[in-house]
Write a protein that binds this ligand. Structure first.
Ligand code: NAD
Ligand code: ZN
Length: 362
């Protein structure tokens, strides 16, 4: 898939089962990186023992000089402190402006690597090698980078497009079911927002997706990347309201994650619940057809994302959603599907939200 964003150098997202092996060759063909005197691979403690050697070998055979920095696995690595350690490591290695960063890992490594690459010496190229399904379908494309603050997630960051994205589906073999379902939730989100075509294709291939059938996984990733690339092309810096659709399911989802305690449910399980909720709310507010609510439920069930056997008091949920950074004028705004392939972002009155939250609670 080619990602073509106005004002940016177009970049390839290569999806397939030998993409990691071919990484060095691909980068040698990439003008922004081909002559880099030194590449820095940023990865985490889970991914390093699995794929760092393969990545290094491929780059070295192609003639690159390669170093690596391994950060602790988990969201905590997306911090100013860890970014500082990486900047210092880059300086200690003597990286110059013509060097490049290679992010080998999930969304955490990708967001952190993009952030340090976009700020070190005012910006050096970076390449994404996503190794989680979520990172392949969502975070590696679109150019949002960043780190978390104590006050909240992603509060410091930049927009920086990668020079290349290498989605090697072979690396997904070691991903556990929880992380798999996380990626599936973002794919389902994309399908509902995108089109009948994508949605019903997913319905037909949900079982194969759970079984991780190679061809189906690769196609689901490609379809999701095309969707995300189109959204980003229309709204590169999240200033035109188009990119808001990527938050479908995330308003309630983030509140579920926060109130249940981060890590209790996977991000994907929370987002799936949020999609169910937003569609039911949509039936009231924007005329979402009941068939959509039902079909979406079926798709999520089919992808191993069942309804949560958990809820929190309606008032607490509402308060948590109001802390969302997308709240405007005290009204919580939801992305709701008016239909498959058609969405609206609408501020909803507290009374209506509470009524739905109480029904959900029950
Ligand atoms: P993650 O990077 O924490 O990866 C999940 C877990 O899987 C980690 O423990 C990781 O070490 C492990 N892992 C990674 N690849 C593996 C593999 N192939 N085999 C076995 N284990 C592997 O989390 P994630 O879900 O990939 O990404 C979540 C992050 O992405 C969040 O910080 C979120 O804010 C960010 N995000 C960013 C964007 C964006 O547009 N930039 C979009 C969505 C999400
Ligand atoms: Zn998400």
């Amino acid at each position: 898939v080619v990602v073509n964003i106005p004002g940016e150098v177009p970049y390839d997202v290569r999806i397939g089962d030998a993409v990691l092996e071919g990484l060095g060759t691909s980068l040698k063909r990439l003008p922004a990186v081909a002559d880099a005197p030194h590449l820095l691979i940023l990865t985490d403690t889970n991914v390093a023992p699995l794929y760092l050697d393969a990545a290094k070998a491929s780059l070295k055979i192609a003639g690159f000089r390669v170093s690596d920095v391994v950060v602790p696995a988990g969201e905590e690595a997306k911090s100013v402190a860890v970014a500082g350690e990486v900047w210092n490591a880059m300086a200690a290695l003597g990286l110059t402006r013509d060097c490049a960063v290679v992010a080998l890992g999930g969304g955490v490594v990708g967001d952190l690597a993009g952030f340090v690459a976009s700020t070190y010496m005012r910006g050096i190229p970076f390449v994404q090698v996503p190794t989680t399904l979520l990172a392949m379908v969502d975070s590696s494309v679109g150019g949002k980078t960043g780190v978390n603050l104590e006050a909240g997630k992603n509060l410091v960051g930049t927009f920086k497009q990668p020079a290349y994205v290498a989605a090697c589906t072979t690396t997904l073999a070691t991903l556990d079911e929880r992380e798999w379902a996380c990626g599936c939730a973002e794919i389902a989100k994309a399908a509902v927002i995108d089109s009948d075509e994508f949605f019903f294709w997913m319905m037909d291939h949900a079982e194969a997706m759970v079984a991780r059938a190679d061809a189906v996984v690769a196609e689901a990733i490609a379809r999701s990347v095309v969707f995300k690339a189109n959204v980003v092309a229309a709204d590169k810096t999240e200033s035109r309201g188009v990119r808001e659709c990527l938050n479908y399911g995330h308003t309630l989802g983030h509140a579920v994650e926060a109130l249940a305690g981060f890590g209790t449910f996977s991000h994907g399980a929370a987002v799936a619940e949020g999609m169910r909720f937003a569609a039911r709310l949509g039936a009231d507010v924007v005329g979402t057809p009941p068939e959509l609510v039902e079909a979406q439920g079926e798709l999520l069930d089919g992808l191993g994302l069942p309804s949560l056997a958990w809820s929190a008091p309606a008032e607490e949920m509402l308060a948590a959603m109001k802390r969302d950074k997308k709240t405007r004028g005290g009204q919580v705004r939801f992305v709701m599907p008016r239909d498959i392939g058609a969405w609206e972002l609408v501020g909803v009155d507290d009374a209506v939200i509470l009524e739905h939250l109480r029904a959900w609670e029950a």
